[in-house]
Design a protein around this ligand. Structure first.
Ligand code: AMP
Ligand code: ZN
Length: 455
């Protein structure tokens, strides 16, 4: 049974899609700056869900938005559009900024082997649909116009705050002077009128302007997935403003609950605090690579903590992930040529344990522990085949390390040395070891095999 923790009901629930195909929406990046590894944790989480669904035999229709307009420096409709701030900073048009950072984002997610959604949709490509959505909310009486734009009226939606937003706290802390025409401080912008000099603006029934941030996700979800969505994902920072607002918009327009499961990822922390662009304490994948770590090391690091727990980033913990990954891959290759067998009973036991772990709300630390235990079995092709099967969820590049990086000549010498050692020809074995060392590799002997490691 596949179970996820649903932020809406605050408990783990059995997951079943409404139809044959899982409809899944993931909040995507705001493309105004280099994505950092905290953001990447959010997309590894998406990947983790997608691969787990597929492992359970489901087909997926998935969507992710790219925010290239309308995300103000505060999530709650205050400050300037992040895209405009970036375009002033870098002296480029917002469209050039969006293209530049979208390309980097795509490069990063590909280098992490992230299973991408079927549709990746920039907000600026759906402006007409957004306008229709806002019109619909106005017609149904859920929105109102002010001199600044169009706002959603939260008092019309009894379900506002389902994900835990404290609407009254928002009222107490609100900057009333900024929102003087709003009926309630928590009312939020659907459409914002733009001054003439504003670079990003479109014609609308309410004058030239641009969309509020939240409306793009509701619109893209509706356009690509329809009026029912099985799973919606995002980071916890989006839970109590962005996602409350998405629920309000979508449920009011459709007249029923649109999203069934809300799944939220906890933060990647650094020094005990959130890693975020605005705090200037971020690392990018490129920073990791400059320090000798591959994107895949970071992928493995992701598996070492449960997504619902904060995960603290340090280079030491990343080094631990790197070493575990190396040992993991070496063991897999050793099993490939193994001559032992695994009983049917054991195969089933491991298969079930792995499935139980991933189906228990994506318990990847337990899933990894199952793999580690399996890899300790006597060297067997059966183990290799099981791990290859589990790897459709892990998404690691299992064959690459050994095959691509260690030259054939070294592999041949290592094999010759292994045979010499088995034949107790230690002089020859030592000679070959020295020769291999001269070429920059060392041999670590194991109980029933060996590994070649670059010095
Ligand atoms: P943004 O580009 O700021 O809209 O963020 C893109 C995604 O990254 C969102 O789903 C955020 O919730 C998520 N995110 C941002 N910072 C972190 C972090 N430190 N750890 C995990 N996820 C994060
Ligand atoms: Zn969103």
């Amino acid at each position: 049974m596949l179970r996820f923790y649903n932020s809406l009901t605050r408990r783990k629930e059995e997951f079943k899609p409404k139809g044959d195909i899982v409809k899944m929406y993931s909040c995507g990046p705001t493309v105004y700056s280099y994505p950092h590894i905290g953001n990447m944790r959010a997309y590894l989480f998406m990947d983790n869900i997608r691969r787990t669904l597929k492992y359970n035999g489901y087909k997926i229709d998935g969507v992710m938005n790219i925010t290239d307009v309308g995300h103000l420096t505060s999530d709650a409709d205050e400050g300037e559009d992040k895209m405009l701030v970036a375009s002033q900073r870098e002296n480029k048009t917002p469209f050039e900024i969006a293209k530049f950072y979208t390309d980097i984002f795509m490069k990063d997610v590909k280098s992490l082997n992230i299973d991408l959604p079927e549709h990746i949709v920039p907000a600026t490509s759906v402006i007409e649909d957004i306008i229709d959505f806002v019109k619909g909310l106005l017609e149904k009486g859920y929105a109102y116009k002010t001199s600044k734009g169009v706002y959603f009226d939260i008092s019309k939606f009894a379900g506002y705050g389902q994900l835990g937003m404290d609407v009254n706290a928002k009222k107490a802390g609100a900057r009333i002077e900024v929102d003087s025409e709003k009926r309630h401080p928590a009312d939020f912008a659907l459409w914002i009128k733009a001054p003439k000099e504003h670079i990003m603006q479109w014609n609308s029934p309410w004058g030239m302007g641009y969309p509020g941030w939240h409306i793009e996700c509701s619109t893209i979800g509706k356009k690509y997935l329809g009026e029912y969505i099985d799973i919606h994902t995002g980071g916890v920072d989006h839970k109590t403003i962005h996602h409350e607002n998405e629920i309000a918009q979508s449920d009011c327009l459709e007249g029923h609950k649109v999203v069934n499961f809300w799944l939220h990822l906890e933060f990647l922390q650094i020094d005990g605090g959130k890693m975020s662009k605005s705090l200037h304490n971020v690392f990018t994948l490129e920073d990791l690579e400059n320090n000798g770590f591959s994107p895949e090391d970071f992928r493995y690091f992701y598996f070492m903590a449960h997504y619902s727990k904060q995960q603290n980033f340090t280079y030491d913990s990343l080094m631990a992930a790197k070493n575990s990954l190396k040992n993991f891959k070496t063991a897999v290759i050793e099993h490939k040529n193994g001559t032992n067998c695994l009983s049917e009973e054991d195969k089933n036991k491991y298969q079930q344990a792995f499935l139980n772990a991933i189906n228990d709300d994506l318990n990847m630390p337990v899933a990894l522990a199952v793999c580690q235990k399996l890899l300790k079995e006597p060297k067997s092709r059966d183990v290799y085949e099981l791990i290859t099967n589990f790897n459709t969820v892990l998404g690691l590049n299992l064959e690459e390390e050994q095959n691509d990086k260690i030259p054939q000549e070294i592999k041949d010498m290592a094999e010759k040395r292994w045979q010499a050692k088995k034949n107790k020809d230690f002089a020859m074995a030592d000679g070959l070891r020295a020769e291999i060392a001269k070429q920059g590799y060392t041999i670590n002997d194991k109980k029933d095999g060996y590994e070649i490691v670059k010095i």
